[in-house]
Design a protein around this ligand. Structure first.
Ligand SMILES: [Mg+2]
Length: 124
């Protein structure tokens, strides 16, 4: 089987580095986008197996990007984990309403994130 591809849509370089490092020890293949528009375009082009979506992004928010991907038949089936900013802000409800498969509130541990990824898309 070929490696599972994960698209991480994130504008924060520090968070990108953490996830790069985390996934470098796995067989997952990581692709990246740094704003919501690029995230939607990359998802439509590459059809990843899983999408990690930051909620606060330039150009198009993570929620709007999630909605767009849910309405396109090419990407509607892809699990999307929305990374929310605050546990108590109501972002988790908004993420679910936008079509997120799951959400993870910051701050989260890399271990938690990897567990969630493996649950949604088992590593080969
Ligand atoms: Mg952000």
């Amino acid at each position: 089987m070929s490696a599972k591809t994960i698209l991480y849509v994130e504008d924060n370089e520090f968070n990108l580095k953490i996830v790069r490092q985390l996934l470098s020890r796995t067989t997952y293949r990581l692709i990246e986008a740094v704003d919501g528009e690029q995230g939607v375009a990359t998802a439509l082009r590459d059809i990843p197996d899983l999408i990690l979506m930051d909620i606060q992004l330039p150009k198009l928010s993570g929620l709007d990007a999630t909605r767009q991907l849910r309405t396109d038949p090419k990407t509607a089936h892809i699990p999307i984990v929305v990374i929310t900013s605050f546990a108590l802000s109501g972002d988790s409800e908004k993420a679910k309403a936008a079509g997120a498969s799951a959400y993870l509130a910051k701050p989260y541990s890399p271990r938690e994130l990897l567990q969630m990824i493996r649950k949604l898309v088992p590593e080969n």
